[in-house]
Design a protein around this ligand. Sequence first.
Ligand code: ATP
Ligand code: MG
Length: 570
Amino acid sequence: MTAESSSGAASPESPGRSNFIRDIIIEDIKAGRNNGRVQTRFPPEPNGYLHIGHAKAICLGFGLAEEFGGKCNLRFDDTNPSKEETEYVDSIMEDVRWLGFKWDGLFYASDYFAQLYEWAVQLIKAGKAYVCDLSADEVRRYRGTLTEPGKESPYRNRTLDENLDLFELMKKGEFPDGARTLRAKIDMASPNLNLRDPVMYRILHTEHHRTGNEWCIYPMYDYAHGQSDSIENVTHSICTLEFENNRPLYNWFIENLGIFPSRQFEFDRLNLTYTLLSKRKLLTLVEQGHVSGWNDPRMPTLSGLRRRGYTPEAIRNFGESLSVSKTNSTVQLSALEHFVREDLNKRAARVMAVLRPLKVIIDNYSDDLVEEMEAVNNPEDAGMGTRTVPFSKVLYIEQDDFKEDPPKGYFRLSPGREVRLRYGYLITCTNVVKNSRGDIVELHCTYDPATRGGTTPDGRKVKSTIHWVSATHALDCEVRLYDNLFVKENPSEVEEGQDFTANLNSNSLEILSGCKIEPSLQSAAPGALYQFERLGYFCADPDSGSESLVFNRTIGLRDTWSKIEKREKK
Ligand code: ATP
Ligand code: MG
């Protein structure tokens, strides 16, 4: 089912990353359940953008269907019209496609509203559902607690006819929001609170993004979900652990309706350090303007990660590396970053860029000579070829790569010291020019013409190689440097009276202007991936155009965060 899919139907013995759901599927196939058919689904609610947590569920659901030659549907769980929007539907489809998965069927729970209504009537007729006039608050109070049984609703024993009439009037819009609900008649003393006469339908006079004003009663998640699975003949309905206690209710509806017995299996949600994975909280960040939108490159949304320069392959490799278990845990953000670096290392074109420029004048280089130096595009992939980079008398290097008084162990440029310019020549610093305030404004150097390409014919050693760009040829650009959006490993952990926004990192975005990049990036298309040599992985932002180039730092070359953490923990 992935774009690169090559496997057809797999046999139960075929290898694959082992997990308990996969083991169940293998057992089911062996036992001939559903004639060996495997069908899963990914059921997002279109109330926000997908995040990296959803990627785990997507990799699992689509991955298992693919491995066993089955199907995986995309189904929008759109039963709550007040929070759902077409914008979210569109973004979810785009993100699943971007990850490289193809759904078999595209469905909406709202496709099933008529069928669900008929089944509700069927349950009323069977004496298994009733219209209840208790308010939402009262329903909650009557429900009891984990240690006390609930109390039966005074409306529980309405006659079938009265229930049928009232339910029809609910549908016709005769009652205001919240006036009545339809509830399943199960067991107010059940140890599982979900079975204490759960609400099946609520009245909500709200326009739905697909069904418009056709309905003013909407099914609850628990009433819609299992039946939607069943309608689609889903064999393995995979969801996260918080639904474990809903499984008995999932089964109750299916059994009492006598419909296709889809089965639910729960696995652990992905949690990541320094990251919030909750659409509701991410929406708050967008609405309160803490980020520029759902696709802000600091967001853990798939659209944010995409804009940041994360590749679908990296996210899928991460997704497939995750354990699938019955206990929730938190994964280090550096684990995700590992897969991003690993993939970008193979894919990103190397270029030279100077983020904080310092001018270098090579006194003994001819004024108008320009040499085209050959540079390798990717040492990991010879197929990516070479390019040329112009070298001339005036260059820029990083301010960091020069120190007037170099500390011990600093081998980059300093007065009298020789360094190698990558793909260029060896240069020696001869003079430092400062302004009246004492700031360094430019350096004067000499070069050794015998060292073209960085070679030393006499075998002398230079300890450092630095990157550079030619001042007259370099392009100006803006570079956006990102850091974790939150300062706390667990951003939900707050002092009393605070919310998670108290943990926002006020330095999560640094914008550098006047950065200099080599001219080959003139036509960098938005999304194009690069390694700025020695600096990290970067990609062209959608804001980037021929007028002004903008690059996002995807990630540094090395994991600096976990080093900082280790230091702090010492
Ligand atoms: P959120 O809390 O972010 O709104 P959700 O669970 O409400 O997430 P849904 O749209 O209902 O989001 O999720 C679709 C599917 O993705 C569900 O099966 C859900 O279990 C799964 N999913 C959501 N978040 C995660 C996560 N962090 N890790 C793994 N799976 C997830
Ligand atoms: Mg949800």
